[in-house]
Ligand binder design. Structure first.
Ligand SMILES: [Zn+2]
Length: 414
């Protein structure tokens, strides 16, 4: 990086006043925000963002998926841009940092570079993606942009089709418009995202910055334990084929299994559905919502095998049968080594300590990685809290992250 670049910093006061103004939109009494995708509050936040982009004298482009782009033409006039971004939507009753930090830092980076009048090899874009948090369709905006989103995904939203249609019309979006938002990958020079860690590792290791190596893969499975319905008053306990016992034994066993054999991975039993589901009937069937995450495909394969062996043991112990139905498998996504290198150089130039780590949560960067070099910068989350009003990141850490974004973007765009 040349000398002029290395002394550049974001404008902390402007960044903070943007952050505080935005946190008021959909702000909750507990100090968080409630801005589910395409809700009134989310659309208000986007109107506010448009105003800031206009006031910064940047060009604005809204694509068919509703993604809001601020454009800085600091490179050749071929429409190619290095994208910096995140999302303004939140989970219900979420925190103020998850998403907005990355969008506002991106806007700040564009403003600083514009003020300096710098010419770069590529143009810069700050982007706010639609529905990152899976209110309707997970990573809808970024997957539409990369062309990965299909009509089938729009026809099977997480909420009812009616609610989705209402939300789309509120936002002025259409399904055909969303599907037409795919962008020529040649126009995307890369993608960088600043985000809070949403975990405890940076705080525990006393590091300023996390550089993401991989976004973990996720597998979701329905496991079914099948026994026999019996009278809960007259059947002796030792003669039952009680599906609840199998499901419970399995749940306890997989915690130990993962802690012992896959210590850097996670497993979750998130739901159980009992049938016939009555006080006075021994459960005949229990459906278990199982999800596990790891940073490598072969680790996911080994975990799956070990978890299913555990299901077999739990079933056998209580005289049950078991079945497994695959639901969703998302492969781990590696972040680009050159982008990681640019982030390392930014940390070194700014004298910030850093550590390489994987992300246990999904992000738009995983879609963007399919069409260009992508990378992520994490800043510490106090207490590791996220998706909650307790979400908090020290302001100095937010500014450190935004400066790393600025320097990494300059390295990649120069
Ligand atoms: Zn997020």
């Amino acid at each position: 990086m040349n000398k002029t670049f290395s002394t550049l910093r974001i404008n902390q006061d402007r960044f903070r006043s943007h952050f505080e103004a935005l946190a008021k939109i959909g702000g909750t009494a507990e100090g968080g925000v409630h801005r589910p995708a395409l809700s009134e509050a989310h659309l208000e936040a986007r109107r506010w963002l448009k105003k800031q982009i206009a006031q910064a004298h940047l060009e604005i482009k809204i694509d068919g998926a509703g993604n809001h782009h601020a454009l800085l033409g600091c490179g050749p006039q071929d429409g190619t841009g290095l994208l910096l971004g995140s999302h303004l939507d939140s989970v219900p009753n979420g925190g103020r940092f998850d998403g907005p930090l990355g969008v506002l830092a991106a806007l700040e980076v564009l403003q600083v570079i514009k003020e300096q009048g710098l010419s770069l090899k590529v143009n810069l874009e700050a982007v706010d993606f639609t529905d990152e948090e899976d209110c309707f369709v997970s990573y809808m905006g970024s997957r539409a942009l990369t062309g990965d989103l299909k009509r089938h995904d729009l026809q099977n939203p997480s909420k009812s089709r009616d609610l989705f249609q209402q939300a789309l019309s509120r936002a002025g979006l259409t399904e055909s418009g969303i599907l037409a938002a795919a962008r020529d990958p040649k126009t995307v020079a890369g993608y960088l995202e600043l985000h809070i860690e949403q975990g405890n590792r940076l705080i525990e290791q006393r590091k300023d910055i996390g550089i993401v190596t991989t976004i973990v893969g996720i597998r979701s499975r329905w496991l079914k334990f099948l026994g026999r319905a019996d009278h809960a008053g007259t059947t002796p306990v030792n003669r039952r084929r009680d599906a609840a016992q199998g499901a419970a034994a399995f749940t306890l066993a997989v915690r130990d299994l993962v802690m012992k054999d896959f210590p850097d991975s996670v497993v979750n039993v998130g739901n159980m559905e009992f049938a016939p589901a009555a006080f006075n009937v021994v459960p005949e069937a229990v459906k278990v919502a199982l999800q596990f995450r790891a940073d490598e495909n072969n680790k996911l394969d080994r975990m799956e095998k070990a978890l299913l062996e555990e299901a077999g043991r739990a079933a056998q112990r209580f005289g049950l049968r078991w079945e497994m139905a695959p639901l969703e498998s998302i492969a781990p996504v590696d972040m680009n080594p050159k982008v990681q290198e640019a982030i390392i150089r930014a940390c070194e130039n700014l004298n910030l300590s850093y550590v390489m780590l994987s992300s246990g949560a999904g992000h738009d960067a995983q879609s963007m990685a399919s069409i260009g070099p992508a990378g992520m910068i994490f800043v510490p989350s106090a207490g590791g809290f996220s998706h909650s009003p307790r979400e908090f990141t020290e302001w100095q850490d937010c500014c450190n992250g935004a400066n790393v974004l600025l320097h990494a973007a300059l390295t990649l765009a120069h």
